[in-house]
Design a protein around this ligand. Sequence first.
Ligand code: GBH
Length: 503
Amino acid sequence: MSTHVTRRDAAKVAAAVTLASSSATVGVAQPAQSSDAREVRPPRREFPSGFYWGTGTSSYQIEGAWNEDGKGPSIWDTYAHTPGKIKNGDTGDVANDHYHRYKEDVALLKDIGATAYRFSIGWPRIFPEGVGQANPKGLDFYSRLVDELKAVGIEPFATLYHWDLPQTLQDKYGGWQSKDTAKAFADYAGYMAEQLGDRVKHFFTINEFRSFVEGGYQGFDVQVGGGKTLHLGGAPGLRLSNGELNQVRHHAVLGHGLAVQAIRARGWAGTKVGFAENMRTVVPVMETPECIKAAERATRDLNADFTTVMLEGRYTDDYLKRNGKDAPTFTDDELKTIASPLDFVGVNVYRPNSYVTPSDDPPGYRSIPINASHPKTQSEWHVFDPQCLYWAPHHVQSLWGAKSIFITENGCSASDVVADDGKVYDSDRIMFLRAYLTQLQRATADGVAVNGYFLWSAQDNFEWIYGYGNRFGLIYVDFQTQKRTPKLSASFFRETARRNAVA
Ligand code: GBH
């Protein structure tokens, strides 16, 4: 062993001698001092100043306290309590016990360097029956949470609907199958803007229309490569026909529009409002003008039911034709409401939904299949492609002229474990974040108006039908003891937020 080291050292000395003598011979300076030596700059991928660095969570996924302080049951309480619906029979009854530990959790957000926090308000905490008398204890919880955030300088962003519909509205109206639910949602939204609007300046109406409508009212098939599809579902677990489903979609966007109007009517001056949708993200196969145009067309088309109608105020001809007798029924007035002007557009971006090339035949683009070997993260639906964090906001701006865009969710699950030294080394999450954020930085450098990024999620939490198995957090949670441990990715996030540049 020692002989080996000695021999290597000897070789180094010999090399140095050779260099020195050759430079002496030809009169060339040492490489380190050479004027034509390649200078390597330190990486510098900065975001615009004032960019928000946030994390996100949702009420049912972290709060627990499912039947405390007057909260009414939600459709997710019912669904999770139904045997066989959630992996391992997990429920959100206790979850991260955030309802009782919110102070510790806000302190952790501060520690990991977040400057913004996107949380959701549990509608049945505020209106246990969906409508009627407000529950002061429910309101008080969110009011204390907001105070706690503001006290440490973290900007609160509130989502009004992250899927936990009051069970009463499901029983009474069939949930979003009825316009009455859309109206009740607007009343609740206006009330929240009135109550919290002195301190909360940003509201998101609804989170992921596509997920809760398609997952909850029919179940949906997701392409994951090689022609393989997954069938995913969620509360309330209905299986409606296509025509009925389109009507639910319509009521959901109508609820959004009515909520925007209620927030404007009853909220405080300076309140900003938008939605947070997991748009179908389309990536052009190549960055040629023709291919980018094709990707834009596909984006408008594939999102006709939610994003497009909310930003354009009309269902595209193609959407109506494609759905024929299954198209939703609507009025012109409703379309106007649905497209009520917004202050920003929120997009949740995880994966590409489609890769397109141009086509001479209508509709002007062709979706190519995702390959079987395409890389994925730990979640079975999560096809990995950093480019989608470039293209999603790019399309939103080029198609609809959005002046302000937030990435309301982005992140991945990973097989995190606590190592012997007590740390959590989530190397793959850091790779994921660096790659995706590099593309987001590229978008802002190209002039796309992105004002903030919310990493999903602050903490590991109840991942819907997957229960506690799929961990998305920057902070590891031991669900037996409720101990929180920041992962290595939390250091990456803190450094990124501190420098306002990809770390
Ligand atoms: C978001 O939804 C949720 O807002 C959040 O609550 C959740 O914890 C987080 O992401 C992580 O999953 O996108 O075409 O592949 C994501 C839940 C959305 C994941 C639909 C699967 C399948 C359709 N799901 N998606 S697709």
